[in-house]
Design a protein around this ligand. Structure first.
Ligand SMILES: NC(=O)C1=CN([C@@H]2O[C@H](COP(=O)(O)OP(=O)(O)OC[C@H]3O[C@@H](n4cnc5c(N)ncnc54)[C@H](OP(=O)(O)O)[C@@H]3O)[C@@H](O)[C@H]2O)C=CC1
Ligand SMILES: O=C(O)C1=N[C@H](C(=O)O)C[C@H](O)C1
Length: 266
């Protein structure tokens, strides 16, 4: 059994992960972590989630949690995930990062931790989206810049980052298919007299509202036709299942920063 610690256990993804690790025949829940001062800290996890006591106390002691675990799964916030990447690497614990919204500096700090630690990081842990990443690359390469690429994503009202991690993965794949760097062609905020669309740009649009779980369209708009690649997530369990699969996979790997494409063999 792979011993899994869940970071940010009270969050939307944290609670889903706790449920699905409990259901897994291959993994066991070794620790649940929340930030210092959180009202779950020191409480039994079962009681904190509205059930009966189960003998697992929510902790803010990360060192102790890492000592008891083989892998830590982390869907929290960039500042938390960057610090944890280094701590987990030093403790010899694999780190699955689902957090999104990283800056370029954050990403290079995580890459640094991946020189000694084992990290799987993906802005989306679902099989469907990772397949869509492969398809987007392929279609972008086949069509070229006669087809304008626009990426539209929709998420719940609580989401704090835009574009979504998934939208950025899809944008990277499209740019890669065209042999360009996304940073050179991304158009992330149109407003006012923008001028006509520049050839080769990749546009991003973020809808925020209600209880959307996560929807992504990659639109290839040409003369006389449009191709739309779409993924709709209708259950957060999708992401949690992918993260647990990544945790079990990471346990057997050497140092490095891996993606879900590695985990899924895509
Ligand atoms: N890769 C993927 O497949 C997916 C990625 N995500 C990403 O995961 C992240 C979390 O999403 P979601 O669950 O909806 O967000 P939530 O806000 O519901 O959960 C985040 C959790 O992390 C906790 N947290 C914050 N700081 C710390 C800390 N120092 N130590 C431990 N826990 C901490 C928060 O506690 P508190 O509330 O007290 O601050 C909260 O419980 C986002 O970046 C989101 O984009 C989401 C779904 C799928
Ligand atoms: O914040 C979310 O909820 C999600 N975040 C990820 C992202 O930024 O793409 C993945 C999923 O779409 C849900």
């Amino acid at each position: 059994m792979v011993r899994i610690a869940v970071m940010g256990a009270s969050g939307r993804m944290g609670q889903m992960l706790v449920r699905l690790v409990d259901d897994s025949d291959l993994a066991t829940l070794s620790a649940v972590v929340e930030r210092a001062g959180h009202d779950w800290v020191g409480r039994d996890l079962g009681v904190a989630t509205g059930g009966s006591a189960r003998g697992l106390i929510v902790t803010d002691d990360l060192d102790e949690a890492l000592e008891q675990s083989d892998v830590v799964i982390d869907f929290t916030a960039p500042v938390v995930s960057v610090a944890l990447a280094h701590k987990a690497a030093a403790a010899g614990v694999a780190h699955v990062i689902g957090t999104t919204g990283f800056s370029a500096e954050d990403l290079s700090a995580i890459a640094q931790a991946g020189k000694t630690g084992r990290i799987v990081r993906a802005g989306n842990m679902s099989l469907g989206v990772n397949l869509l990443v492969k398809l987007t690359r392929q279609v972008a390469e086949a069509l070229g810049t006669d087809y304008d690429i626009e990426i539209v994503e929709a998420h719940h009202r609580h989401k704090v980052d835009a574009p979504s991690g998934t939208a950025l993965m899809l944008g990277e794949a499209a740019a890669d298919g065209r042999g360009v760097a996304l940073g050179d062609v991304a158009d992330r905020a149109r407003d006012g007299i923008t001028g006509a669309r520049a050839v080769g740009d990749i546009g991003f649009h973020a809808i925020r509202g209600g209880d959307y779980i996560g929807e992504h369209d990659v639109i290839f708009a040409g003369e006389g036709e449009r191709i739309v690649l779409r993924h709709v997530a209708s259950d957060r369990a999708l992401f949690a299942r992918g993260a647990i699969r990544a945790a079990i996979w990471a346990e057997g790997q050497g140092p490095g920063e891996y993606s879900m494409l590695d985990v899924l063999g895509l």
